[in-house]
Design a protein around this ligand. Structure first.
Ligand SMILES: [Cu+2]
Length: 289
């Protein structure tokens, strides 16, 4: 008599069950391990976290693996974050993470501390929050497109051209035009042999513009990020920076109703020049460099 395959499976399971100490258990839990590691990649679209985990004694050495993490908003994770989690083997080379806990990294701590200082400073300045040309630019620490905490002081000694954008901006003459001009300025400065220029674009859509989103934005445009940083961070820090730099960005038509300003900041941190709107000419900034 030929047994149907399904019957064979049932039979196998039955025999396996007999050898277990608790025959009442019908579905054995998937084998799992508690892991500790560092996020080295976030692939939001694929639903994958790349994690370099430490050695799992008796199971595998330290290595980088792809994990699924069902039910987690992967956009909230960043490269460089240290995590603990429960890893389970789902079969077919699929490993799943549950109970992911982010261990606050030195980068997170630096960004949080700077945001608090900025908050304090903004409220102390009160009505004089807006910084005029000739004043010193506010100091801040945000995440760059690689998820690294980047302090504005890091650019001291360089000349910085800074603006605010958001990657989802659908108005061709606004943020996309601004980014194109920053790229043109970067290229022109390079050609002219200007060595101390840094370009900085801060996103005011921090909930959406996470470091991986900013990185993808730069990559899609072929932007050389060696001296062009895309920054994001806590919403309150961004709000304080908008106020201090005199840029308006509020939820509204086309996601955000916003103004555009481009600032030139000197090596000593002083605001040297400011142009409102998106009609500035890269040549004009280049001439000032
Ligand atoms: Cu825009």
């Amino acid at each position: 008599m030929k047994l149907p395959p399904a019957f064979l499976v049932v039979l196998t399971l039955a025999f396996t069950a007999c050898s277990r100490p608790e025959p009442k258990t019908t579905a054995a839990p998937a084998p799992g391990w508690d892991i500790r590691g560092e996020i080295v990649g976030v692939q939001v679209a694929k639903g994958i976290l790349l994690v370099h985990h430490e050695e799992i004694p008796g199971f595998m050495p330290a290595m980088t693996m792809e994990f699924t993490a069902p039910g987690l908003d992967l956009a909230k994770f960043r490269e460089g974050q240290r995590i603990t989690a429960r890893m389970t083997d789902r079969g077919a080379d699929t490993y799943q993470l549950d109970g992911v806990r982010v261990l606050s990294s030195p980068d997170d701590q630096a960004v949080i501390a700077a945001a608090l200082a900025l908050r304090q400073e903004t409220s102390t300045r009160g009505k004089n929050v807006y910084r005029e040309v000739g004043e010193t630019a506010p100091t801040f620490t945000l995440y760059n497109q690689d998820g690294k905490a980047t302090a504005f002081d890091h650019f001291r000694g360089k000349r910085v051209v800074l603006n605010f954008i958001f990657t989802r901006c659908p108005v061709a003459t606004m943020c996309p035009a601004s980014t194109a001009k920053m790229m043109a300025l970067q290229a022109a400065a390079k050609k002219a042999g200007v060595k101390d220029l840094e370009l900085v674009s801060i996103s005011f859509d921090s909930a959406f513009d996470t470091p991986p989103v900013l990185k993808a934005y730069a990559e899609a445009r072929g932007i050389d990020t060696s001296n062009f940083s895309f920054l994001t961070g806590p919403e309150n820090a961004i709000r304080d920076l908008l106020a201090q730099f005199g840029v308006i960005a509020e939820p509204g038509e086309n996601l955000f109703k916003h103004t555009l300003s481009t600032l030139l900041i000197g090596p000593n941190g002083k605001i040297l020049h400011r142009v409102d709107g998106s009609t500035w000419a890269p040549e004009e900034f280049l001439n000032r460099l």
